[in-house]
Design a binder for this molecule. Structure first.
Ligand code: C2E
Ligand code: MG
Ligand code: MG
Ligand code: MG
Length: 289
């Protein structure tokens, strides 16, 4: 009986196809306004040197301040932006904003800061990508290695030949490439060799139980070993517990991000957080490479 009841409840709450389509249409219309009316904002999550615990950079993560619905996370609108063709405009805005902010920080309070920006598959396929990155690099004069673009494994598998040439063009501009959510896609160890990638980010799902689960330990150990033997930087995301940090540090992981240190923060809060954190240590707060 409980089961039947549960099923009825479920059916009761399941939105109809029609409602879901309507919901997406609304998001789509609102998103067009968001771009025009300056409702998007970038938050910045610190990337920390696993050993020294110093901030080396930030990952830019987009947020939407919806006039009626408040703060909306990218999980709710990036896929809509991709489907309705708004992702390239949104992505161009993110890239521009992140690079300009980084340039300002590097010249003022946060010299040496690196910045990572997420690219969705549609952006990577956009013929204009290399042109717009070239323009931004010309305008901001960010030194080689300062900008990192985070892509996912699926991007590489769709059209490997095209991907190699795009990545090589980006590399030629001094841009680094990171594989985000590493291990969750159709990983092929082969592509790490073929593609000009500079770092891999171990997905949060492997980091979660790293201090207790033998399988996750084994996977993370292997990824760190693989990354290092291919001369890649290894980053772990989603570090929430001290034990996770300690484990990753002992295994030689290079960088970590996670709520243990900081959530993604608005620009002014991020700047304050980093400068206060490093107030008691030597002035040059970051390492460059
Ligand atoms: P991602 O690139 O893998 O980013 C990491 C996500 O994990 C972020 O969620 C971040 O807030 C969250 N996170 C960081 N540390 C922790 C932690 O310790 N615990 C937990 N539970 N979560 C943590 P967010 O900001 O909601 O972004 C979700 C995804 O949306 C991103 O995943 C990325 O794929 C996409 N995204 C975000 N900003 C952009 C953007 O500007 N452009 C594109 N194309 N995609 C974006
Ligand atoms: Mg990312
Ligand atoms: Mg990720
Ligand atoms: Mg992701």
């Amino acid at each position: 009986a409980a089961k039947a009841e549960g099923r009825n409840n479920y059916r009761f709450f399941l939105p109809s196809m029609h409602e879901r389509v309507k919901e997406r249409k609304t998001i789509e219309e609102d998103l067009r306004n968001a771009l025009e009316q300056d409702q998007l904002e970038l938050y910045y999550q610190p990337k920390i040197d696993c050993r020294t615990e110093r901030v080396v950079g930030a990952e830019a993560l987009v947020r939407w301040h919806h006039p009626d619905r408040g703060l909306i996370l990218p999980g709710e609108f990036i896929s809509v932006a991709e489907e309705c063709g708004l992702i390239n405009r949104l992505g161009a805005w993110v890239l521009d904003r992140a690079c300009r902010q980084t340039q300002i920080w590097r010249e003022t309070t946060l010299p040496g800061l690196r910045i990572a920006v997420n690219l969705s598959p549609a952006q990577f396929q956009d013929a204009e990508l290399v042109t717009s990155v070239t323009q931004i690099m010309d305008q901001t004069l960010l030194p080689d290695g300062t900008l990192e673009l985070e892509i996912t494994e699926s991007i590489l598998m769709n059209n490997p030949e095209k991907a190699v040439s795009t990545l090589n063009e980006l590399k030629g501009l001094g841009v680094r490439i990171a594989i985000d959510d590493f291990g969750t896609g159709y990983s092929s160890l082969n592509y790490l060799k073929r593609f000009p990638v500079s770092s891999i980010k171990i997905d949060r799902s492997f980091v979660n139980d790293i201090h207790v689960d033998m399988d996750d330990k084994a996977i993370v150990d292997a990824v760190i070993g693989l990354g290092h033997s291919l001369n890649l930087e290894v980053v772990a995301e989603g570090v929430e517990e001290i034990e996770q940090h300690e484990y990753l540090r002992d295994k030689g992981c290079d960088f970590i991000q996670g709520f243990l240190f900081a959530k993604p923060l608005p620009a002014d809060v991020f700047e304050k957080w980093v400068t206060e954190r490093h107030a008691t240590v030597p002035a040059r707060i970051t390492v460059e490479s």
